[in-house]
Each structure stands twice: as C-alpha cells, then as structure tokens.
Design a protein around this ligand. Structure first.
Ligand SMILES: [Fe+2]
Length: 330
C-alpha cells in the first residue's frame, strides 16, 4: 500500500493505493481531501502541485473511496475539479448539509472578513460537491466504528468525529444558508470555522500488519471520545498529525495512545499559521524520543533537511509491505 501526502502547500490531499488484482487498474484507490483551489497556493518553486494534476500524473482513472474530512478551503476546494474529471464510487463525509442547500452558492453583499470569505468559498464548494455526488453512494459518518469497511488486505476503522462536534457544525452550516443579513452570515461562518476542525473525519487503516491514523484537522481535544472509551483503537505505526502541526495538534496523552514510529505533518514550507509549531515537535520529542521517530513533511524538504540541495517534491509517500513501513519522495 502506498500513501502519498501530496504537496498541496498549506492544505491536505492524501492518495492511497493498495494492490487488489480483481479491481479496475489492479488496485483500490482512495483519496482523502483535495487541498486548496487558490492559484496563489501553487505558485513559486515549492514543488506544490494541485491534487488533480498529481492524480493525472499518477494515471489515476477512478476513485473507489473518497473520504472528505471537513469543510475548510485547504481540504475542500481542490476536490471540485477532481470530481469533475475522475469518477468516484463511494463518498464518506461527516458533514450533513440539508439537501435543500445542495448546489446553492451564497454571495455576501459586503463586510465579510478575508478569513470568512475563504471559509464561505469552501462552504459553497461543499454544496457543489454534494450536488454532484448526491446521485452516487454517499455515507454520513461519525462516532467510533471499528472495521467499518474492508477490501482485499485493507480494512478501515472510522474513529471520528465525536458526534457532538458534528452536530454543532451541522447547525452552524444551516444558519449560513438561512442568514438574512451579512452580520448573521458573518456570525454563522465564524461558528462553522471555529468548530469545524474537530468535526473532521478520523480513519485508521490496517494493511498487512501495519496501521495508519489519518485525522484531517482534528486537534488533541477532538480525540477525547476515543481516549476515554477505546484508546487502543488509536494505536498506529504511522500518524498523520492533525491541524498541520499547529500548537494544539498533539498532547502527550494522545501520542502515548498512538505510539507511532512515523509522524507525518502536512504543512506549507512557509510555516503559515504557526503550522509545524516548535511546541508540537517539542511535545513529540519529549513524549516519544527523537531517535525513535521519523518525521516526514509533504514537501520533502523537511524529510531531507540534511540535504539542502534537494529540490522540493510533489509529496512524500509512505509504503507499507509485509509489516514494514518505508518512505520515499514523490
Ligand atoms: Fe486544514
């Protein structure tokens, strides 16, 4: 199984392929999120690449399972061109938008902050996604569901979001679509933005003796329901930490429960919004021990930080085969 953390700049898009001979193209193809759609995110010599361009480069012609983590621009908007070009068989989301809002596009009159304009753009894109995908196999998921889906050698646990976070987001989203003034719209969009990270879908993959924990932007608080009830379900060899490695992304308790050998952080090389925070990596070193952990970053620069001549890459791939985890730059 290959898990590629595509270098979409500040954002996330993760391509997972697992050999399965009887399937089309001989493999099961899964995608989590699509990164940003903003032109500015892909400019410069950073090795950044749009999710659709990366999938085309890898000759991906179908997606068996598209997992949508949460409604933020850096995860949502890059999916719109993907689903316009590549057929999707199954779609999992935790965010329940009322069907009467599918395809609706909210246009603010004025007065929205830059942050909220971006947030509204992602909400509009989510409603576009739902309109396009609603004829397909769409499943709304939250809570803890071990071994929810199995195919070939791969099984997937759904571990989050905690239903309370998901319900809050659903209510706030409804207010966005029914707001009668810019003030009401601003307030509703702010609510969505502030509660959204911990409404991210959390999945754990098992493949040939290894586990991989992928949690969208869930921060340490968003794991409370699992830590309190079934912490053993968090154990994983590879942990893609939440919220781009910002200061709230991990805690000692969470790291002890996961106890990974590999940590992956999806963040832009400009360390925007205090992503790849020093506090986060200090907590990782203190809890797990520096020598035990390999930290990978999606642009490859950090993964090869001992070699400054290395060109930035389109992503980092974690390869799992017969119980062994290795990695290479894509
Ligand atoms: Fe994010």
């Amino acid at each position: 199984m290959d898990i590629t953390f595509i270098n979409v700049g500040y954002g996330e898009s993760i391509l997972i392929t697992a050999e399965e001979k009887e399937r089309e193209d001989g493999q099961f193809v899964m995608l989590i999120d699509g990164g940003s759609a903003m032109d500015s995110e892909y400019q410069g010599e950073s090795g950044r690449i749009r999710a659709l361009d990366f999938l085309s480069k890898k000759r991906i012609r179908h997606i068996d399972l598209l997992v949508f983590s949460h409604v933020h621009e850096d995860h949502t908007s890059g999916l719109v061109p993907v689903i316009g070009k590549i057929p999707v068989r199954k779609f999992w989301t935790s965010v329940h938008l009322s069907p009467e809002h599918y395809g609706k596009c909210i246009t603010p009159q004025h007065n929205l902050s830059e942050t909220n304009f971006k947030a509204l753009d992602s909400i509009n894109n989510y409603s576009r996604l739902m309109k396009i995908l609603t004829d397909g196999d769409v499943t709304w998921l939250d809570g803890i569901r071990p071994s929810y889906f199995c195919t070939g050698d791969l099984s997937i646990d759904v571990l989050g979001p905690e239903p309370g976070y998901r319900e809050k987001v659903d209510e706030s989203l409804d207010r966005v679509f029914t707001a009668s003034s810019d003030e009401a719209l601003n307030a509703a969009v702010t609510e969505v933005t502030e509660t959204m990270n911990n409404a991210s879908m959390v999945v754990r993959l098992h493949y040939k003796g290894c586990s991989v924990l992928l949690c969208g932007d869930t921060n340490a608080d968003g794991f409370r329901h699992i830590l309190d009830t079934a912490p053993e379900l968090l154990k994983a060899d590879v942990f893609k930490i939440g919220h781009h490695g910002q200061a709230d992304s991990v805690s000692e308790e969470l790291l002890h429960a996961v106890n990974p050998s590999f940590i992956v952080c999806c963040a832009s090389n400009d360390h925007r919004s205090n992503s790849t925070s020093e506090k986060t990596f200090e907590t990782i070193r203190r809890t797990l021990g520096e020598e035990k952990i390999t930290c990978l970053f999606q642009d490859g620069l950090y993964a090869e930080r001992w070699n400054p001549e290395t060109a930035p890459r389109n992503g980092v791939t974690v390869h799992i085969e017969d119980g062994v985890v290795s990695w290479y730059l894509s």
